[in-house]
Design a protein around this ligand. Structure first.
Ligand SMILES: [Fe+2]
Ligand SMILES: [Fe+2]
Length: 158
């Protein structure tokens, strides 16, 4: 049994104002994405209750992904957002990976290494998805609900 230490958080793994897109409901969901993906990353083999912790972490992430992607897809559908196809396809691909990992964990075929690899994939995937797809949807939703482009207020870095 390997007992790897959880990774030291770096800027890539933590939520920050840099990631705000200016549409509040989406930004709050994205902050949850970071928290729950970090829980996957920091599951580690070795503790007595590891299997239960791993199962809880991947179940929580799957529930988040279903809600997160479903919410964005409803916004696109209800508002007649153009070119939603690629966006929906990316969500479906990520959700399929999450479900594969969940099945492996639930059946005892995988442990912390697979959760860690999934989390690394999620942290790599998210910034480009947010920049190219979610940001366009956020701007569209702000325009529809507030009548203008999003205004993002970020805290000043020291
Ligand atoms: Fe998103
Ligand atoms: Fe998205």
């Amino acid at each position: 049994m390997s007992a790897k230490l959880p990774p030291t958080p770096t800027a890539d793994l933590l939520w920050s104002d840099e990631r705000l897109l200016g549409f509040g409901p989406m930004d709050r969901t994205h902050e949850d994405f970071y928290r729950l993906a970090f829980d996957l990353l920091t599951c580690h083999d070795g503790g007595a209750g590891y299997a239960a912790v791993a199962r809880r972490a991947i179940a929580a992430f799957e529930a988040h992904a279903v809600a997160h992607f479903g919410e964005e897809e409803r916004w696109m559908q209800d508002s007649g957002f153009p070119a939603a196809g690629c966006h929906v396809d990316e969500h479906a691909a990520v959700l399929a990976s999450v479900r594969e990992v969940r099945a492996a964990v639930d059946e005892g075929r995988a442990g912390a290494d697979l959760l860690r690899r999934l989390a690394e994939h999620l942290f790599t995937w998210f910034p480009a998805h947010a920049d190219y797809m979610d940001s366009a949807l956020a701007a569209w939703m702000c325009k529809r609900t507030l009548g203008g482009q999003p205004v993002v207020l970020r805290r000043q870095r020291d």
